[in-house]
Design a protein around this ligand. Sequence first.
Ligand code: SF4
Ligand code: SF4
Length: 339
Amino acid sequence: MRYRQLGRTGLQVSEMGFGAIPIIRLSFEEAERVLRRALDRGVTLFDTAHLYVDSEEKIGRAFEGLRDRIVLATKTMKRDKQGAQEDLELSLRRLRTDYLDLYQFHMVNQEADIQAITGPGGALEAAVRAKEAGRIRHLGFTSHSLEMAIKLVKTELFSTVQFPFNFIEAEATAELHPLAWELKLGVLAMKPFCGGLVEDARVAFAYLRRFPAVIPLAGWDSVERVDEVVDLYEQPLEVTPEDEAAMARYRTELGDLFCRRCEYCQPCPHGVMVTPAMLYGIVAHRMGPAKAAAFAAKAMESVRLCEECGECAERCPYHLPIPETLKKHLAMYEEHLGK
Ligand code: SF4
Ligand code: SF4
C-alpha cells in the first residue's frame, strides 16, 4: 500500500480508502473482521456517514484503542446548525472518538442545499465552531451533481470533494478534478464498483489506477474482497485490451439504465422520492432484502403516490424509464417486506 497526501489537509492516507456502506449488512463481529483486515493490509482511511444505519457504531467498536492509526471521515445530511451539531455529537459517540479527521456535508445535490448549509443558521456554522473546538479537523462535502460540486469547490470552504468516479461515471475528469487539484482539494471517489453494479474488481481498479491522485473508497463486505482489491493494488495494474472490452460491455449493458443520482428528476408533484426509489435495486443488492426494505421504507412507500404522469422522466438527462422502474422496484420492495 502506498500513501498520499489528501489535498491541503496535510493528512497522509492510504491510496485507497474504505467506504462503509457494505458493512451495514454484516454482523458486528463480521464487520470488525473486515475492518481490521483492511487496516492490517494498510488501509488507513475509513469513510462512513450518519445515514449508514449502524456503520458508525461498527467502526467505533472495531477500532477502539486504535484511533491514532486511522483517518476517520463521516458525514451529515443535516442542513441546519442545530441538526448538524446533534448529528456530530452522536457520530462522535458512535465512533468512540473525540474528534473526526474529516466531516462532510452529505449529498449536496441542489442549490437549496448549498443555501441552507452556508446561509445564516446553517450547518456550516456548527461545523466551523466544532472545528475551532478541535472536534473536526477538516471539512468536505459529497455530491452527485457535477454542477453543484464545481460550485462548492469554488467556494474554497472545503478541503475535500467526494464525487462518483468509475469507468461508467467519469464526467468528473473534465472539469471537477482539474479544478480540485488547482485549489488543492483532496479528491475522494465514491462508487468505484459503479455503485455495486460491477463485480469485477480488476476491471474497476485497473481503470482507477490511471488516476493515482484520486482516492477511491472501496466498499467491502468480506475479508476475501479486501484481500482481492489490496492484492491488485500491490502489483502494477495496467488496463489490458481485455479490460477495455469488459468496460465497453458493462457500459453497453448498464449505461442506459444506470441512475446517476443527479436528482434532476425531482421534485415529483405527487411527493414520490424518485431518486432513492430509483436506487432501490442497488440498495437491495448491497444491503440484502430485509435491511434494504427497512432502510428505504420511506422512499418506497412514497412510490405508491406515483400517478405515472411522466414529468420526472422528461427531466432525466439519461432518459431513464422512471415510472416503469419505480413500479418494478415497488414490487421488489413488497417482496422484501415479507423477508
Ligand atoms: S411519473 Fe410518478 S414519480 Fe414521476 S413525476 Fe409523475 S407521479 Fe412523480
Ligand atoms: S432518475 Fe435520472 S434524473 Fe433522476 S437521479 Fe437518476 S439519473 Fe438523475
